[in-house]
Ligand binder design. Structure first.
Ligand SMILES: Cc1cc2nc3c(=O)[nH]c(=O)nc-3n(C[C@H](O)[C@H](O)[C@H](O)COP(=O)(O)OP(=O)(O)OC[C@H]3O[C@@H](n4cnc5c(N)ncnc54)[C@H](O)[C@@H]3O)c2cc1C
Length: 242
Protein backbone atom coordinates (compact mmCIF):
# COMPACT_ATOMS: atom_id res chain seq x y z
CA UNK A 1 0.00 0.00 0.00
CA UNK A 2 1.38 3.37 -1.00
CA UNK A 3 -0.13 6.78 -0.37
CA UNK A 4 1.00 10.38 -0.35
CA UNK A 5 -1.05 13.33 0.78
CA UNK A 6 0.43 16.81 0.44
CA UNK A 7 -0.85 20.25 1.19
CA UNK A 8 1.38 22.33 -1.05
CA UNK A 9 3.00 21.78 -4.42
CA UNK A 10 6.77 21.86 -4.22
CA UNK A 11 8.65 23.27 -7.21
CA UNK A 12 11.09 20.93 -8.86
CA UNK A 13 14.81 21.60 -9.01
CA UNK A 14 17.48 21.48 -11.63
CA UNK A 15 19.50 18.35 -10.94
CA UNK A 16 16.69 16.58 -9.14
CA UNK A 17 14.14 15.24 -11.55
CA UNK A 18 10.41 15.67 -11.34
CA UNK A 19 8.29 12.53 -11.74
CA UNK A 20 7.16 13.82 -15.14
CA UNK A 21 10.69 14.58 -16.33
CA UNK A 22 11.88 11.26 -14.97
CA UNK A 23 9.43 9.43 -17.20
CA UNK A 24 9.62 11.62 -20.30
CA UNK A 25 11.04 9.85 -23.29
CA UNK A 26 12.19 6.83 -21.28
CA UNK A 27 11.52 3.53 -23.03
CA UNK A 28 9.92 0.89 -20.80
CA UNK A 29 12.52 -1.70 -21.68
CA UNK A 30 14.86 -3.87 -19.60
CA UNK A 31 18.55 -3.04 -19.10
CA UNK A 32 21.18 -5.46 -17.77
CA UNK A 33 22.83 -4.48 -14.51
CA UNK A 34 25.59 -6.05 -12.43
CA UNK A 35 25.03 -6.54 -8.72
CA UNK A 36 27.65 -4.44 -6.92
CA UNK A 37 26.81 -5.50 -3.37
CA UNK A 38 24.37 -7.68 -1.44
CA UNK A 39 24.26 -6.41 2.15
CA UNK A 40 22.43 -8.25 4.92
CA UNK A 41 20.24 -5.70 6.71
CA UNK A 42 18.27 -8.04 9.04
CA UNK A 43 17.78 -11.81 9.31
CA UNK A 44 15.20 -11.67 6.51
CA UNK A 45 16.19 -8.64 4.45
CA UNK A 46 19.04 -7.82 2.10
CA UNK A 47 19.77 -4.57 0.32
CA UNK A 48 21.16 -4.81 -3.19
CA UNK A 49 23.29 -2.14 -4.88
CA UNK A 50 23.06 -2.22 -8.67
CA UNK A 51 25.31 -0.86 -11.35
CA UNK A 52 23.72 2.08 -13.19
CA UNK A 53 23.59 0.99 -16.84
CA UNK A 54 22.66 4.42 -18.21
CA UNK A 55 22.83 7.43 -15.84
CA UNK A 56 20.18 9.57 -17.56
CA UNK A 57 17.70 6.75 -17.95
CA UNK A 58 18.17 5.66 -14.35
CA UNK A 59 17.85 9.13 -12.74
CA UNK A 60 15.05 8.94 -10.21
CA UNK A 61 12.86 10.90 -7.85
CA UNK A 62 12.94 9.68 -4.22
CA UNK A 63 10.06 7.26 -3.73
CA UNK A 64 10.22 5.60 -7.16
CA UNK A 65 10.73 1.88 -7.79
CA UNK A 66 12.54 -0.49 -10.18
CA UNK A 67 11.08 -3.57 -11.81
CA UNK A 68 13.65 -6.39 -11.65
CA UNK A 69 13.61 -9.50 -13.80
CA UNK A 70 15.51 -12.77 -13.59
CA UNK A 71 15.21 -16.50 -14.26
CA UNK A 72 14.48 -18.63 -11.22
CA UNK A 73 14.37 -22.40 -11.73
CA UNK A 74 13.91 -21.92 -15.45
CA UNK A 75 11.01 -19.46 -15.16
CA UNK A 76 11.07 -15.71 -15.74
CA UNK A 77 10.17 -13.76 -12.60
CA UNK A 78 9.53 -9.99 -12.42
CA UNK A 79 9.02 -8.03 -9.21
CA UNK A 80 9.03 -4.34 -8.23
CA UNK A 81 11.29 -2.90 -5.50
CA UNK A 82 11.40 0.69 -4.25
CA UNK A 83 14.73 2.47 -4.33
CA UNK A 84 15.91 3.07 -0.75
CA UNK A 85 18.94 5.20 -1.68
CA UNK A 86 18.83 8.95 -2.23
CA UNK A 87 19.28 10.07 -5.85
CA UNK A 88 21.91 12.48 -4.48
CA UNK A 89 24.09 9.55 -3.37
CA UNK A 90 24.74 8.30 -6.92
CA UNK A 91 23.74 4.82 -5.74
CA UNK A 92 20.95 2.61 -7.04
CA UNK A 93 19.95 0.38 -4.11
CA UNK A 94 16.84 -1.61 -3.26
CA UNK A 95 16.00 -3.60 -0.13
CA UNK A 96 14.26 -6.96 -0.47
CA UNK A 97 12.49 -8.52 2.49
CA UNK A 98 11.99 -12.26 2.33
CA UNK A 99 8.35 -13.30 2.42
CA UNK A 100 7.34 -16.84 3.31
CA UNK A 101 7.38 -19.02 0.19
CA UNK A 102 8.04 -15.92 -1.93
CA UNK A 103 9.82 -16.83 -5.16
CA UNK A 104 11.89 -13.69 -5.87
CA UNK A 105 12.45 -12.47 -2.31
CA UNK A 106 13.65 -15.90 -1.12
CA UNK A 107 15.98 -16.20 -4.11
CA UNK A 108 17.37 -12.69 -3.48
CA UNK A 109 17.93 -13.41 0.22
CA UNK A 110 19.54 -16.82 -0.26
CA UNK A 111 21.19 -16.97 -3.69
CA UNK A 112 21.76 -13.53 -5.19
CA UNK A 113 25.40 -12.41 -4.91
CA UNK A 114 27.82 -9.69 -5.96
CA UNK A 115 28.77 -9.98 -9.65
CA UNK A 116 25.42 -11.53 -10.71
CA UNK A 117 23.43 -9.84 -13.47
CA UNK A 118 19.82 -8.70 -13.16
CA UNK A 119 17.54 -7.17 -15.76
CA UNK A 120 15.79 -3.97 -14.68
CA UNK A 121 13.38 -1.37 -16.03
CA UNK A 122 14.01 2.36 -15.49
CA UNK A 123 12.61 3.93 -12.29
CA UNK A 124 8.88 4.51 -12.23
CA UNK A 125 6.09 5.55 -9.85
CA UNK A 126 4.23 8.58 -8.54
CA UNK A 127 4.79 7.97 -4.79
CA UNK A 128 7.50 10.61 -4.71
CA UNK A 129 8.49 14.00 -3.36
CA UNK A 130 9.98 16.69 -5.56
CA UNK A 131 12.23 18.71 -3.28
CA UNK A 132 13.04 22.41 -3.34
CA UNK A 133 16.06 23.48 -1.17
CA UNK A 134 14.08 26.44 0.19
CA UNK A 135 11.47 24.03 1.59
CA UNK A 136 11.12 24.64 5.37
CA UNK A 137 8.16 22.32 5.89
CA UNK A 138 7.71 19.22 8.01
CA UNK A 139 6.77 15.92 6.36
CA UNK A 140 5.50 12.77 8.04
CA UNK A 141 5.98 9.12 7.11
CA UNK A 142 4.02 6.10 8.36
CA UNK A 143 5.86 2.97 7.23
CA UNK A 144 5.61 -0.70 8.18
CA UNK A 145 8.21 -3.39 7.51
CA UNK A 146 9.58 -3.26 3.95
CA UNK A 147 7.35 -0.18 3.40
CA UNK A 148 10.29 1.81 4.79
CA UNK A 149 12.19 1.62 1.47
CA UNK A 150 10.63 4.51 -0.50
CA UNK A 151 10.21 6.56 2.68
CA UNK A 152 13.91 6.11 3.45
CA UNK A 153 14.84 7.54 0.04
CA UNK A 154 12.44 10.47 0.50
CA UNK A 155 13.60 11.39 4.00
CA UNK A 156 17.32 11.11 3.17
CA UNK A 157 16.91 13.33 0.10
CA UNK A 158 14.76 15.88 1.95
CA UNK A 159 17.22 16.18 4.86
CA UNK A 160 20.19 16.62 2.54
CA UNK A 161 18.56 18.84 -0.09
CA UNK A 162 16.39 21.13 2.06
CA UNK A 163 18.45 22.23 5.13
CA UNK A 164 15.44 23.65 6.99
CA UNK A 165 12.93 20.88 6.30
CA UNK A 166 12.02 18.24 8.91
CA UNK A 167 10.79 14.66 8.79
CA UNK A 168 8.82 12.73 11.43
CA UNK A 169 8.84 8.95 10.91
CA UNK A 170 6.51 6.40 12.50
CA UNK A 171 7.92 2.99 11.71
CA UNK A 172 6.04 -0.22 12.51
CA UNK A 173 7.74 -3.59 12.99
CA UNK A 174 7.22 -6.75 15.03
CA UNK A 175 10.37 -6.53 17.16
CA UNK A 176 13.45 -4.32 17.40
CA UNK A 177 15.67 -6.89 15.69
CA UNK A 178 13.44 -6.90 12.58
CA UNK A 179 13.80 -3.14 11.99
CA UNK A 180 15.37 -2.55 8.56
CA UNK A 181 17.82 0.41 8.51
CA UNK A 182 17.67 0.77 12.33
CA UNK A 183 21.28 1.92 12.71
CA UNK A 184 21.20 4.03 9.53
CA UNK A 185 18.19 5.89 10.95
CA UNK A 186 20.07 6.44 14.25
CA UNK A 187 23.03 7.85 12.29
CA UNK A 188 20.74 10.14 10.28
CA UNK A 189 19.17 11.45 13.52
CA UNK A 190 22.66 12.36 14.75
CA UNK A 191 23.73 13.83 11.42
CA UNK A 192 20.58 15.96 11.03
CA UNK A 193 20.16 16.87 14.69
CA UNK A 194 16.60 18.04 15.50
CA UNK A 195 15.37 17.57 11.91
CA UNK A 196 14.57 13.84 11.96
CA UNK A 197 12.29 12.25 14.55
CA UNK A 198 11.90 8.46 14.53
CA UNK A 199 9.16 6.73 16.54
CA UNK A 200 9.34 2.93 16.45
CA UNK A 201 5.97 1.20 16.86
CA UNK A 202 6.48 -2.46 17.76
CA UNK A 203 3.68 -5.03 17.68
CA UNK A 204 5.44 -7.85 19.57
CA UNK A 205 7.70 -5.97 21.95
CA UNK A 206 6.68 -3.67 24.78
CA UNK A 207 8.71 -0.45 24.82
CA UNK A 208 6.97 0.77 28.00
CA UNK A 209 4.70 3.14 26.07
CA UNK A 210 1.18 2.00 25.06
CA UNK A 211 1.07 4.45 22.17
CA UNK A 212 4.05 2.72 20.55
CA UNK A 213 2.90 -0.88 21.22
CA UNK A 214 0.77 -2.52 18.52
CA UNK A 215 0.19 -2.06 14.80
CA UNK A 216 -0.07 1.26 13.02
CA UNK A 217 -3.76 1.36 12.16
CA UNK A 218 -6.10 4.31 11.68
CA UNK A 219 -6.86 4.68 15.39
CA UNK A 220 -3.18 4.59 16.40
CA UNK A 221 -2.20 7.02 13.63
CA UNK A 222 -4.90 9.43 14.89
CA UNK A 223 -3.61 9.11 18.49
CA UNK A 224 -0.02 9.66 17.38
CA UNK A 225 -1.07 12.75 15.43
CA UNK A 226 -2.84 13.99 18.57
CA UNK A 227 0.20 13.52 20.82
CA UNK A 228 3.21 14.32 18.63
CA UNK A 229 3.62 18.00 17.69
CA UNK A 230 3.98 18.77 13.99
CA UNK A 231 2.17 15.70 12.65
CA UNK A 232 -1.27 17.21 12.03
CA UNK A 233 0.04 20.34 10.39
CA UNK A 234 2.68 18.66 8.23
CA UNK A 235 3.01 19.66 4.57
CA UNK A 236 2.66 16.03 3.44
CA UNK A 237 2.06 12.55 4.83
CA UNK A 238 3.54 9.42 3.23
CA UNK A 239 1.98 6.04 3.99
CA UNK A 240 3.61 2.78 2.92
CA UNK A 241 2.70 -0.67 4.19
CA UNK A 242 4.78 -3.84 3.77
C1 LIG B 1 5.67 -0.56 -6.33
C2 LIG B 1 6.14 -1.70 -5.44
C3 LIG B 1 7.25 -1.53 -4.65
C4 LIG B 1 7.69 -2.56 -3.84
N1 LIG B 1 8.80 -2.35 -3.08
C5 LIG B 1 9.26 -3.35 -2.30
C6 LIG B 1 10.44 -3.15 -1.51
O1 LIG B 1 11.07 -2.08 -1.54
N2 LIG B 1 10.88 -4.19 -0.75
C7 LIG B 1 10.22 -5.39 -0.71
O2 LIG B 1 10.68 -6.30 0.00
N3 LIG B 1 9.09 -5.59 -1.43
C8 LIG B 1 8.61 -4.62 -2.24
N4 LIG B 1 7.50 -4.84 -3.01
C9 LIG B 1 6.88 -6.20 -3.03
C10 LIG B 1 7.62 -7.07 -4.07
O3 LIG B 1 7.36 -6.57 -5.38
C11 LIG B 1 7.19 -8.54 -4.06
O4 LIG B 1 5.78 -8.61 -4.15
C12 LIG B 1 7.64 -9.29 -2.81
O5 LIG B 1 9.06 -9.28 -2.72
C13 LIG B 1 7.17 -10.76 -2.88
O6 LIG B 1 7.64 -11.33 -4.06
P1 LIG B 1 8.04 -12.88 -4.07
O7 LIG B 1 8.32 -13.27 -5.48
O8 LIG B 1 9.09 -13.19 -3.07
O9 LIG B 1 6.71 -13.58 -3.57
P2 LIG B 1 5.61 -14.34 -4.47
O10 LIG B 1 6.17 -15.59 -5.01
O11 LIG B 1 5.03 -13.37 -5.42
O12 LIG B 1 4.58 -14.71 -3.36
C14 LIG B 1 4.00 -13.70 -2.51
C15 LIG B 1 3.15 -14.38 -1.44
O13 LIG B 1 2.05 -15.02 -2.07
C16 LIG B 1 2.04 -16.38 -1.71
N5 LIG B 1 1.62 -17.15 -2.90
C17 LIG B 1 2.24 -17.21 -4.09
N6 LIG B 1 1.55 -18.00 -4.93
C18 LIG B 1 0.46 -18.43 -4.25
C19 LIG B 1 -0.64 -19.25 -4.56
N7 LIG B 1 -0.78 -19.81 -5.76
N8 LIG B 1 -1.57 -19.46 -3.62
C20 LIG B 1 -1.46 -18.91 -2.41
N9 LIG B 1 -0.43 -18.12 -2.04
C21 LIG B 1 0.50 -17.88 -2.95
C22 LIG B 1 3.46 -16.72 -1.30
O14 LIG B 1 3.48 -17.78 -0.37
C23 LIG B 1 3.92 -15.44 -0.68
O15 LIG B 1 3.57 -15.39 0.69
C24 LIG B 1 7.01 -3.81 -3.81
C25 LIG B 1 5.87 -3.99 -4.60
C26 LIG B 1 5.45 -2.95 -5.41
C27 LIG B 1 4.21 -3.17 -6.25
Amino acid sequence: MLGFFKKKNAESLPGLLTTKAAQKGIKPTFYSSRVLEVRRETADCVSVALEIPHPETFSFVPGQYLTLKTQIQGAEVRRSYSLCSSPLSGELRVAIKQVEQGVFSTWANTELKEGDTLEMMPPNGQFALEIDPSNEQTYVGFAAGSGITPVMSILKTLLERAPKAKFILFYGNRKAHSIIFKSELEDLKDQYMGRLEVHHVLSREDQGNDLLHGRIDEARAAKLAEHIPGVKDAAGHFLCGP
